[in-house]
Write a protein that binds this ligand. Structure first.
Ligand code: MN
Length: 252
């Protein structure tokens, strides 16, 4: 198997090294940001140049976002050597529920899927000191199963692994996780205000969600994602919504 590994914690992150070590028999390529880019979401650098530095055999750093790294990997660095799968991680911390909207780890996997390659984002839902080996081992076996799975590609999965040995896994839905809507205001040395946003995370109690599965039951959560954000139910219901003074095209 040929795999592309990336992340949002930077090319030298221990989580990425653990993931690479979980593929000893495979052709592993690493193309990752040159520094931490956590919570960078799906940003792409369209308005500045990007540099690629080779840092080892089939190992490259990019001075951009996780999306930039995967885009450059699939469209340039690995041209003619398309991977069977993209893996992003192992992230240093969880990406549960609505975290997927902010996560650079998940965005790197999404970019792989957008470019037609099945992809897995894997995150360790634990506090430091981190032992990434169990999460990396699970991700590597899942990668083999996904590569061989007879379903239309690309498949996109978001995986969260709790601390310690893997007790088991469940296929889940995204839960709902919030950061307390906190805003902490401080004064800088010149007397101007600055703000820290986001507080302690908590999750809504939704049985079989990724949050409950990982945080309450201590199991690995594997959530299938798709990239079409269209709300089908609301789309159907909007047949009754009018905008005064404007003609609405009838449905086809
Ligand atoms: Mn990260």
């Amino acid at each position: 198997m040929r795999v592309l590994l990336s992340n949002d914690d930077g090319v030298n992150a221990p989580g990425l090294a653990a993931l690479a070590a979980a593929f000893p028999e495979d052709e592993v390529w690493v193309v990752a940001p040159d520094r931490e880019q956590s919570a960078s979401s799906h940003a792409i650098s369209l308005h500045r140049p990007l540099r690629i530095v080779q840092v080892g055999e089939r190992r490259f750093s990019v001075d951009g976002t996780p999306t930039d790294a995967v885009y450059l990997a699939l469209n340039h660095v690995m041209r003619g050597h398309a991977p069977d799968l993209v893996l992003s991680g192992v992230n240093h911390g969880p990406n549960l529920g609505n975290d997927v909207l902010y996560s650079g780890t998940v965005a790197a996997a999404m970019e792989g899927a957008l470019l037609g390659v099945s992809a897995i984002a894997v995150s360790l839902a634990a506090r430091p000191p981190h032992d990434f080996a169990p999460a990396a081992a699970f991700a590597a076996e899942l990668a083999r199963s996904v590569a061989a799975f007879p379903r239309p590609k690309p498949i996109l999965l978001n995986v969260n692994v709790p601390a310690g040995p893997v007790k088991g896994f469940r296929f889940t839905r995204l839960g709902v996780r919030t950061y307390g809507n906190e805003v902490i205001e401080k004064q800088d040395p010149r007397g101007r205000s600055y703000f820290w946003i986001g507080g302690d995370a908590s999750h809504r109690d939704i049985p079989l969600s990724d949050c409950n599965t990982v945080l309450d039951e201590g199991l690995v959560a594997v959530t299938p994602l798709h990239l079409d954000l269209t709300h089908d139910g609301l789309f159907a219901g909007l047949v009754d919504l009018a905008v005064s003074g404007f003609r609405k095209e009838p449905p086809p």
